[in-house]
Design a binder for this molecule. Structure first.
Ligand code: NAP
Length: 488
């Protein structure tokens, strides 16, 4: 179950929103009366309630907004019990002043907005000693392991416990706390009404993560990176799982470079079946993989990890996706291909295009990296300043120049490109970059990076599930999300 937190300033607005969310199917709401700008009249708030309620009047020191006296706050919570609220939320130190009474159940809660303390078990035991019906813990995640400690607490708890981490690193525990036995997780009524760090909206919980369908058997997948907030992968893979009715969920893991090892331990605890890997972890993923495909072995860049019989297998789906996007080996064979860039994308794309018979020439702003890549691929290179002198049949942008929001940029002066050249931009947001628009105006054939993006995700989906990906759906989702973001 999902408990939706409501935080409107007045009685009218709270009651109105309660009915609205109930109409959307919400089964439980938390009324945050501490966030009201009127003295709360709980009887009035819950008189004709459409769903069960949790009444919460959180003090400032616990992360709430209540600034009145403690006896007033106690009276509000006691009146909630008298009015027959299904739950009240109290802290350990106030639990004795609000003893069990009537049919109302008491949630005894602990909040920590600074960290996830080491002594979680001790804190949990203290909360349990307050005779709660439900224990709630919400703490700030500072590393991936904090989520695991929380989920372990939920799994091992003898009583009913809902526990999760806050903050961008804590998303996974918010989505998975129910899988490990929590009676509910919390969500906001909408994206703009988030009341705690990292809280997801009800719609995101239901539509993207299908929280209501997650159970013990749900298989877990994810994408790891830093930053990860705007990753498209959870949109694409979850949509595909939904369409094919697979009991799988795909989560974003915000993991800074220094926390890679902790992340892998967490991934193993969670029994993640497959991971998409993005910046800055592709090389660390290569080092982790005990078995790796040829592209990973040659380029040292791994964008897909799969857990198989207690070891990790590494794949790279970028190269094949790039080759498919331009039309396959029949298009690249014996053609001169100028690759702009020498980062992760350039490595995978350069390797795939040279394997398919293209005569690859690399160029990069930082020449030393171009030298390194040319040596790895066994191909030619030109200095960045001389890139326009290459008589190329195909120009491939593997730099980030032109990417949203810096869409005015272009890595190549198109007046130097002869009509008929194939110009492929791996940048996928926006779909039509300045490079592609100008090249098209000059009579070049243009290929947008968005198709490569969809195909690399489709390659991952095949590796994860052994089944072909729903390509049309994936294209639709990418267009919808990216064009929405750009418009926003
Ligand atoms: P990366 O490893 O960080 O490499 C970035 C590359 O861009 C480097 O070669 C860098 O040159 C170059 N660069 C950055 N700013 C530049 C500038 N102002 N002028 C000239 N060169 C500049 O990143 P990556 O993973 O390779 O990704 C690069 C691009 O590929 C991104 O736009 C990404 O969206 C795209 N990509 C697309 C797909 C897809 O499926 N369509 C997949 C992966 C990546 P220096 O070495 O000089 O810094």
């Amino acid at each position: 179950m999902i408990c939706v937190t409501l935080s409107k300033p007045t009685h009218e607005a709270l009651i109105h929103q309660h009915h609205q969310v109930a109409d959307q199917g919400v089964e439980l709401v938390e009324l945050r009366v501490d966030l009201m700008q009127q003295d709360p009249d709980v009887f009035r708030l819950i008189k004709n309630r459409p769903t069960p309620v949790v009444i919460t009047c959180r003090r400032k020191e616990d992360g709430g907004a209540y600034v009145g006296g403690e006896s007033q706050r106690r009276n509000i919570l006691l009146s909630a019990m008298e009015a027959g609220a299904e739950y009240v939320d109290v802290e350990c130190d106030t639990a004795s002043a609000i003893p069990p009474s009537g049919s109302t159940k008491r949630i005894v809660s602990y909040h920590n907005f600074q960290e996830t303390p080491e002594n979680l078990d001790q804190i949990h035991a203290q909360l349990r000693a307050c005779d709660p019906d439900i224990v709630k813990l919400a703490t700030l995640a500072k590393n991936p392991e904090d989520n695991i400690r929380m989920l372990e607490l939920v799994r091992e708890s003898p009583g009913s416990t809902t526990a999760f981490c806050m903050g961008s690193l804590g998303l996974v525990s918010r989505v998975l706390t129910g899988k490990y036995g929590a009676p509910w997780t919390y969500a906001s009524a909408s994206e703009s009404e988030v009341v705690a760090p990292g809280q997801l909206s009800y719609e995101t919980m239901i539509r993207r993560y299908r929280y209501h369908l997650i159970d013990r058997d749900t298989e877990l997948y994810g994408v790891v990176g830093d930053p990860i907030e705007h990753s498209l992968s959870p949109h694409i893979h979850n949509a595909a799982f939904r369409q094919l009715e697979m009991n799988k969920v795909y989560l974003p893991f915000h993991v800074p470079a220094r926390q890679w090892k902790e992340f892998i331990l967490a991934a193993q605890w969670l029994e993640l079946k497959g991971i998409s890997v993005t910046i800055p972890h592709k090389q660390a993923a290569y080092q982790l993989a005990e078995v790796a495909d040829e592209t990973v072995q040659v380029t040292g860049a791994c964008n897909t990890l799969v857990r198989n019989a207690n070891h990790w297998e590494g794949y790279n789906t970028d190269g094949m996706a790039a080759l498919e996007s331009v039309g396959g080996a029949s298009v690249t064979r014996n053609k001169t291909v100028l690759v702009l860039g020498a980062g992760g994308a350039a490595k995978a794309v350069g390797y795939a295009l040279s394997q398919s018979g293209g005569r690859v020439i690399v160029t990069n702003r930082t020449h030393q990296r171009a030298e390194q890549l040319a040596a790895e691929l066994g191909c030619d290179l030109v200095p960045w300043e001389k890139r326009i002198s290459v008589q190329a049949d195909m120009v491939v942008n593997c730099t980030s120049v032109g990417m949203y929001p810096h869409t005015e940029g272009s890595p190549f002066p198109t007046d130097a490109i002869k009509p008929g050249t194939i110009v492929f931009d791996t940048v996928y947001n926006p779909k039509w970059t300045r490079l592609l628009t100008e090249a098209s105006e000059r009579g070049c054939s243009v290929v947008a990076g968005r198709e490569m993006f969809v195909l690399q995700a489709a390659g991952q989906f095949r590796i994860f599930t052994g089944q072909p990906a729903p390509l049309e759906l994936m294209r639709e989702v990418v267009d919808q999300v990216l064009d929405g973001q750009t418009a926003g």
